[in-house]
Write a protein that binds this ligand. Structure first.
Ligand code: COA
Length: 268
């Protein structure tokens, strides 16, 4: 059961594995992660596709995020997830590594030295609210200002991921002191990342993105952002589902108070 790098050719195998674990297929998201991250997999010895996967996404020289930790149910508890985790942790070297953990994954990560530093709650629903009048669609000319603000707030270099927003996403919007993006993930439109100087600016960006998206939107909100959490619930977003933010060898980068929404859990 050898570990091999995955490529775009493995997209079907990845979505089939996700479906096996009752995760949504998330094809658009997998395609991005296969492009910008380093994805690894173990082929099922019975010839039935992939037995296990994970993805390492590096930011600068100092940080990395692990995602898409999955083992096919018929190969569970044989050490495949651990083997892949040890592989990507070795690849990450002395970087601080973070991830969002489900209850199923958390015991494994704890054994590998991760500690829980926060909780992130997924909220979904149809947003109820009015346009803010404070935001506008971003043009590619805005990219320089977006990257400069993000470098300061995110605290490490995720410019390669942010450059993809204009092709990957449905909308990018800017306001004085902030930017926001949303992208389609199966039936939902996911809002993130949102970086802003204050809560009011974040709310303006999120509300305007959600209103233009129409239909059901999703946000992954850190419980430490209690003002945003209450506001989201008050504007129609509910059905909460919680995961743990875990870190190994350091702290999450940057100024978390101004990181209102992550790009997606898989990208930190
Ligand atoms: C979480 C998951 C990836 C584990 O995969 P796996 O290949 O069965 O895990 P492993 O066999 O490598 O187990 C690794 C270790 O964790 C332990 N472990 C695995 N699942 C566990 C569980 N649910 N509760 C407690 N311990 C568990 C194993 O005993 C093993 O311990 P050891 O390292 O001391 O030997 C798998 O259950 C899965 O795909 N779940 C659904 C998707 C998911 O939630 N992924 C995590 C996303 S954050």
């Amino acid at each position: 059961m050898e570990i091999r790098p995955l490529t775009r050719d493995d997209l079907d195998g990845c979505t089939e594995l996700a479906t096996d674990r009752a995760w949504p297929p998330e094809r658009h998201k997998w395609a991005l992660l296969l492009d910008i991250g380093e994805a690894y997999g173990i082929d099922a010895p019975d010839g039935g596709g992939l037995a296990a996967t994970n993805v390492l996404t590096r930011y600068g020289d100092d940080h990395a995020v692990i995602s898409m930790v999955l083992t096919a149910s018929r190969y569970a508890r044989r050490g495949l997830a651990r083997k892949l985790m040890e592989h990507v942790l070795a690849e990450a070297g002395d970087r601080t590594v973070s991830l969002h953990a489900t209850d199923l994954g958390r015991p494994l990560y704890e054994r590998l030295g991760f500690r829980t530093v926060g909780r992130v709650v997924k909220h979904t629903g149809v947003f109820r609210g009015e346009p803010s009048g404070r935001t506008r669609p971003a043009a590619t000319d805005d990219l320089g200002a977006i990257l400069a603000l993000d470098a300061e707030v995110f605290g490490t270099d995720r410019s390669a991921v942010l450059r993809r927003m204009f092709g990957f996403g449905e909308q990018v919007r800017v306001a004085e002191g902030g930017f926001g993006h949303c992208w389609r993930n199966d039936a939902d439109v996911v809002i993130g990342p949102v970086v802003a100087r204050d809560l009011a600016t974040a709310q303006a960006l999120i509300g305007d993105l959600a209103l233009r998206a129409g239909g059901r939107v999703r946000m992954d909100i850190d419980v430490a952002q209690d003002g945003l959490l209450r506001w989201a619930v008050g504007h129609g977003l509910g059905d909460p589902w919680q995961v743990s933010l875990m870190v190994r060898d350091g702290d999450p980068p940057g100024d978390r108070a101004r990181q209102f929404l992550p790009f997606m859990q898989a990208l930190g």
